[in-house]
Design a protein around this ligand. Structure first.
Ligand code: FES
Length: 98
């Protein structure tokens, strides 16, 4: 298993290269928006600012620099940005952590 670090709207969380990004962010306590969870709606899209993902086939439109977090498997450390402030269910997550 490869341990990875994701920087999400300035918040650092740990993850892996086996599961979809959305699931990993939820497990870390973040609450990205989603609807279908299978690449149809586009609600989970985010900007990929650094790193690489293996994005499975999807129907939703994404811009060239965007990925669907519900069907993207991280391949490296990532920096991603959602276009809204993420809700967090965990206390103590540090925004803008460098
Ligand atoms: S939640 Fe619908 S495309 Fe990801």
């Amino acid at each position: 298993m490869s341990q990875l670090t994701f920087t999400v709207n300035g918040i650092k969380v740990r993850g892996n290269s086996r599961e979809p990004l959305l699931i990993q962010l939820e497990r870390a306590g973040l609450q990205p928006e989603y609807q279908c969870r299978n690449g149809m709606c586009g609600a989970c899209r985010c900007k990929l600012q650094a790193g690489a993902v293996d994005q499975q086939d999807s129907m939703a439109f994404v811009a060239p620099n965007e990925v669907l977090s519900c069907c993207s498997i991280p391949k490296s450390d990532l920096t991603v940005e959602f276009a809204y402030q993420l809700q967090s269910s965990l206390q103590g997550l540090q925004a803008n952590e460098k």
